[in-house]
Design a protein around this ligand. Structure first.
Ligand code: NDP
Length: 507
């Protein structure tokens, strides 16, 4: 078992830059109608560094009355001015925000590390990605266009006519954001919504609100009109549920567990609001006999252990052809054993802590279950001592489809390996598709035909060849099956915030 990676007395708050320290020490309120306000009930919650247990900040908590105010502000801002601005004007706000994010990149990076526990290299990537996302959707906003089409027969038989379509914003969007990649998930919802002309109420996870609240400050600095973006930190069962139910909210976009996704659908039924869901996954990784192990070893280790496995597209069901199984496992395990576990602020850290003690215990429970169910523990399997919520990267082999570690989303650093001895692509695809989810997947082979034939058989919203989780601002992302509804990123991410109106003019 690895030793506790945090040296005694280490304070993350004392280690970050002065600018971040000053930000942490501020009063963190709710952003409603362009102003920072305390919640109606005046209560707050402390947030903690998951690597050390150190308190890092106190944030105000919003409840249903605060959601009501935020929704009213968003409705007023939607009617005027936001939905009335030209696409070009809206794009200017998004571009300005992208520049401000770049100016504050280091503070964002440190906040995500402290609040979520992610290693610095992931946090830095994330922050680069969010400014790119605002730039991308600033461009996309300028290309929102309808079409002209053939007018209907019943009019053209008696008169000339013109029919065209226009794209209009859906209205007020509620956006519920989880803790695993907080700022990134918030921005991949916010940027297309704002580009489309929607106004927004964001509900961060109360575990990780800090980076989203900093974004709120920059939104004010960029000059967005009051009420266009409202941020109400609060509990899911209270503020989140109320936002999903709210009759004056036209659309809800949710990222989180499949179980909560079902509650969001039920809540949205009252006014039949539009719903986008990005839910869980249990993604397959198929390693064929001719795979290039120099790609497989780091690539598959990353597929499972990136972000400590707290990643919806993590590749956690690994299928390895028996001809290379033992060699492959030996090399992946050796690779995983050398991952540096530690505080995300340290540049060498590859594996950070899990988000909370409760989540660490849940993941550890799955590891115990895997052992009880008869899987072979190849490496890892331990919690680390101390206040941080660390679990070693863990690999199980000899797994079978009925095991809990194979069927259920663990959301932790646990790889479950099954071996196969066929080259029949239908059989292999049936194993890969033996899940209620369908978010991501990958195929590892040097044969082009095998790669594309297998990809065609795998039922998932994103399938990669000789890499895993190939995500990008312009690439649609979302799930088949119980992994969700709709797509985020790219043009489809923008379309999710647009309605189409067909107009016919009798001339
Ligand atoms: P949840 O699905 O419970 O939470 C995600 C977001 O939804 C949070 O902002 C949460 O608020 C909010 N929420 C919770 N209940 C409701 C509700 N009834 N109505 C509206 N919003 C609600 O995920 P958890 O954080 O509890 O994580 C549990 C599991 O979910 C993980 O172990 C993992 O398997 C999965 N998960 C998947 C993610 C993904 O990217 N697909 C992301 C996060 C989790 P609050 O934090 O206050 O509860």
């Amino acid at each position: 078992m690895q030793a506790n990676p945090i040296e005694p007395g280490f304070s993350s708050v004392a280690t970050v830059s002065e600018v971040t320290r000053e930000y942490l020490a501020k009063e963190h309120l709710l952003l409603i109608n362009g102003e920072w306000v305390a919640g109606e009930q005046g209560d707050s919650i402390d947030t903690f560094d998951p690597a050390t247990g150190e308190k890092i900040a106190t944030v105000a908590i919003g409840h249903q009355a605060d959601i009501d105010k935020a929704v009213a502000a968003a409705n007023a801002a939607f009617i005027s001015p936001w939905s009335k601005l030209s696409h070009f004007e809206r794009a200017k706000y998004l571009s300005k925000l992208a520049r401000l994010i770049e100016d504050h990149a280091e503070t964002f990076t440190e906040l995500e590390i402290l609040d979520n526990g992610m290693p610095r290299f992931i946090s830095a990537l994330t922050i680069q990605n969010i400014s790119e996302m605002f730039d991308y959707y600033a461009g996309a906003a300028q290309r929102i266009e309808g079409t002209t089409t053939n007018p209907p027969r019943h009019i053209t038989e008696v008169a000339e006519a013109l029919t065209y379509t226009v794209k209009e914003p859906v209205g007020v969007a509620g956006q519920i954001v989880p803790w695993n990649v907080p700022i990134s998930t918030a921005v991949l919802k916010l940027a297309p919504a704002l580009a489309a002309g929607c106004t927004v109420v964001v509900k961060p996870s109360e575990e990780t609100p800090l980076s989203i609240l900093l974004l709120g400050e920059l939104i004010i600095e960029a000059g967005f009109p009051p009420g266009v973006v409202n941020i109400v930190n609060g509990y899911g069962y209270d503020a989140g549920q109320h936002l999903a139910e709210h009759p004056q909210v036209d659309k809800i976009s949710f990222t989180g567990s499949t179980a909560t996704g079902r509650k969001v659908i039920a809540a949205a039924m009252g006014n039949l609001k539009k719903v986008s869901l990005e839910l869980g996954g249990k993604s397959p990784v198929v390693i064929m006999p001719d795979a290039d192990l120099s790609l497989v070893v780091p690539g598959v280790a990353m597929a499972t252990f990136f972000l400590q496995g707290q990643n919806c597209m993590a590749g956690t069901r690994i299928f390895i052809h028996e001809s290379i199984h033992d060699e492959c496992i030996e090399q992946i395990a050796a690779f995983a054993r050398q991952f540096v576990i530690g505080h995300g602020l340290k540049p060498e850290t590859f594996i950070g802590p899990l988000i909370s003690k409760a989540h660490r215990d849940k993941v550890y429970g799955y590891i115990q279950k895997g052992i009880e169910e008869g899987a072979t523990l190849v490496c890892g399997g331990n919690m680390l001592a101390g206040e941080g919520n660390f679990i070693e990267p863990t690999i199980f082999t000899n797994c079978t489809p009925d095991m809990a570690i194979v069927k259920e989303e663990i959301f932790g650093p646990v790889m479950a390996v099954q071996r196969f001895n066929t080259t029949d692509l239908d059989e292999i695809a049936a194993m890969a598709n033996n899940t209620e989810y369908g978010l991501s997947g990958s195929v590892w082979t040097t044969n082009l035909s095998t790669a594309h034939s297998l990809v065609a058989r795998i039922r998932a919203g994103q399938v990669s060849i000789n890499c895993h989780g190939a995500i990008g601002t312009n690439i649609p992302f979302g799930g088949y099956g119980q992994s969700g509804w709709g797509r985020e990123f790219g043009q489809e991410g923008l379309d999710a915030y647009l309605e189409t109106k067909a107009v016919t003019a009798r001339l």
